[in-house]
Ligand binder design. Sequence first.
Ligand SMILES: [Zn+2]
Length: 295
Amino acid sequence: MRTEVRIWMMNFRIPGGPLTILGPSGCGSDVAVFDEVADTTTITLDETDERVHRLLSVLEERGITAWWESRYDCFTDDELEAARLILMAAHSILDGIFAGPRVGTRYDMSEACKLCGAGARQTSAMVVDGESLHLLEAKRTIHTCYNDILVDEKLAGALAESGATGISFRGVFAAFEKRGHFQLPWRQLCATHTLPRMSPRSTGIQPYKSCSCGRSSFLTPSKFPTRLVYRAADVADSRDVNVTWEWFGEVKFNGDVYDSVLPYPMFLVTPKIWRIFQGAGVTGFDWIPIQVVDE
Ligand SMILES: [Zn+2]
C-alpha cells in the first residue's frame, strides 16, 4: 500500500499562473496535469515525495487559498486479493443517480432512528429519477445518491451465479412525472448482513453532526485516507457482501421519510466480489481493504 496526495488548483486564482507554483516546487509534467477546459491543474505525488512539502510551502508563502488536497491509499491487486473485506466506495457520491425516498422508493421506518432515519428498511423496488437515465449509458454499475449499488442484468446474473453469500436483488424502476414507473434492465444489489460497529481505531472518518443514536452522519473527508479497522471477531461471521452498521452522509430528516435526505451504510465485500466487478470493467469506485485487529 502506498498513499498518494492530490493537490487541485484553480489556475485563474493563481497570480502569474500555475507554473509560478510548479517551477519552485519542482513539479513538472510528470506529476502535473493541466485541464484547459476546467482551467485547473492537478498534481499527484506519492506522500513520501519531498515535493509535497515544497508545494504546500510555496502555496502558503504566496498566500494562495484556491487549492484542495486529498489523500488516498493505493493498493496492488495482490493486496486486494489478500484482504478480508474491501470497502467499495464511490469516487463521488454526488455523481450518483438521483433515487430513493424523494423519487418514490418505499421504506419501513419502524426500527429506524426517529431523529436521523438511520436503519430505514427499504420495502419496495429501487426507484430512480427518469430524467437522469443518461447516467446509466455505457455503464454496468452505478451508485445512487444514497450509495445504493445498481448493476446491469448481466452483472447481476454473474453475481448470483457466483454463489456469493449475503446478496439479494431488487428491481429498478425509472419514475417519470405524470407517466408513472417503468422497469429498467438493472438490479439493485442488496446486502443481507449488517456488520457490527467498526473499531474506534478506524481513521479518516468523522461525524459531522452527531445524532444521539451514534449511528449516522459519518463523513470520509478527502483530506485523510479512509482506513476502516474491524476486530477479527466482528468479521468472523461476515458474508461476501455486507453493509456497515454506521450510516454515512448528509441527513435531513423531519419525520417524513418521503421528503428527507437519508444517510446510508457503506458496502464491504470480499475479494471474490471485487474480482467480478473488475472482470466487468467497472470503474468509478475506490476499493480499500479493511484492516483487521485482534482487539
Ligand atoms: Zn440517529
